[in-house]
Design a protein around this ligand. Structure first.
Ligand SMILES: NC(=O)C1=CN([C@@H]2O[C@H](COP(=O)(O)OP(=O)(O)OC[C@H]3O[C@@H](n4cnc5c(N)ncnc54)[C@H](OP(=O)(O)O)[C@@H]3O)[C@@H](O)[C@H]2O)C=CC1
Ligand SMILES: CC(=O)N[C@@H](CCC(=O)OP(=O)(O)O)C(=O)O
Length: 315
């Protein structure tokens, strides 16, 4: 059986990477839009409605427009943008989120995939909330280090200037208004009642991302230990093909004591670490922002939705 797939935003960073995944598939027929009609609403609407699955790899406003163009009840939309991640009627495209999430993605014709920072944060935190270790009203903070491809074509062009301006050569914290667009989905899909204080940092490497969540053990449920934090994560992701919970205090993965944020690149994998002292823990989730952070995750959502092997085409 062959499925018809259209990528709206096929020339963008996420869309191009999805195309690379699809090119290797024999079960997919890719519907292409002529280059000069990429933004033609009538042609987009025709192809969106001809598709079994349409990926939206667009700015938020264009994603909302695309969703409004759908008249075919069989078209399944998988939206990579921020537009629908907490909108009722849309399923969150993170199969590992909780029991039942795969069934929701399978049944839904509207799937909103997580943001790259949010994917890592949610995967690090949700099991701790579900296990009762992290109270829902906890005051949590998080830092994300990310490559510049997370900012799409415009940020890639900025970072690929030659020579690279000095201010772009060092890591750059941003989102300092503390209203990053991923905060709503971070709360909605972890169950936290308060938004985390979240600081992303973009730096001069192409891709790779790691979100760190520091925890004072005294702020967790009574008696919580690093072992309990690690065990909750390991139990939540047992049997998950794309999520590896690394050994507690996994010094062996550090290079001379340093953490490698690029080590999941070119995979759909998320590695989760728990580093700890007697009184504190640091949970780190690492992924490829264009893999499990965007395009790989979108293909995984499609596979789950279509009921084909979930790992097809993904490593
Ligand atoms: N990059 C990443 O790591 C991640 C990105 N995302 C999200 O995925 C979406 C796409 O991001 P990304 O690929 O990085 O962005 P890019 O800027 O690289 O690509 C967006 C593409 O959409 C096209 N486009 C803009 N408006 C329209 C329109 N009205 N009709 C058709 N096409 C249009 C652009 O055209 P043109 O080429 O002319 O500019 C461009 O090719 C965004 O919402 C982003 O936030 C999500 C997770 C991670
Ligand atoms: C480096 C950089 O700018 N990253 C983007 C997030 C990329 C992402 O996940 O995008 P969406 O939520 O838009 O889908 C940011 O922090 O806004």
């Amino acid at each position: 059986m062959t499925f018809k797939v259209f990528v709206d935003g096929q020339e963008g960073t996420t869309g191009l990477r999805i195309h690379e995944y699809l090119a290797a598939r024999t079960d997919i027929e890719v519907l292409k839009i002529d280059a000069d009609k990429r933004k033609d609403p009538a042609e987009r609407a025709r192809l969106l409605n001809a598709a079994d699955v349409a990926f939206l790899c667009l700015p938020d406003a264009a994603s909302r427009e695309a969703a409004a163009m759908i008249t075919n009840p069989n078209t399944c939309l998988i939206d990579a943008s921020t537009a629908h991640r907490t909108v009722p009627g849309w399923s969150f495209g993170l199969p590992e989120l909780a029991r039942g999430q795969r069934d929701a993605i399978r049944a839904s014709k509207r799937i909103a995939n997580p943001g790259c920072h949010a994917s890592a944060f949610i995967l690090a935190v949700r099991p701790l909330v579900d296990a009762g270790l992290l109270p829902r009203d906890a005051a949590v903070s998080a830092t994300s280090i990310t490559g510049y491809s997370g900012g799409g074509k415009s940020m890639i062009a900025e970072y690929e200037q030659q020579p690279l301006p000095v201010h772009l050569q060092a890591p750059r914290p941003y989102g300092l208004g503390l209203k990053h667009k991923h905060l709503p989905e971070m709360m909605a899909h972890t169950g936290l009642a308060t938004p985390p204080v979240f600081m992303p940092i973009v730096s001069s490497f192409y891709k790779g991302l790691a979100v760190s969540v520091p925890l004072q053990l005294s702020q967790l449920a009574a008696g919580a230990t690093p072992e309990a934090v690690h065990a909750a994560l390991a139990a939540h992701y047992a049997g998950e093909r794309f999520i590896r919970v690394m050994p507690l205090r996994d010094a062996a993965t550090l290079e001379g004591g340093f953490f490698d944020v690029q080590a999941c690149n070119d995979t759909n994998r998320v590695d989760i670490f728990v580093f700890a002292s007697d009184t504190q823990a640091l949970v780190i989730a690492r992924l490829d922002n264009l893999g499990k952070g965007a395009s790989g995750a979108a293909v995984q959502s499609m596979n789950v939705h279509l009921g084909v092997e979930e790992s097809l085409g993904l490593v």
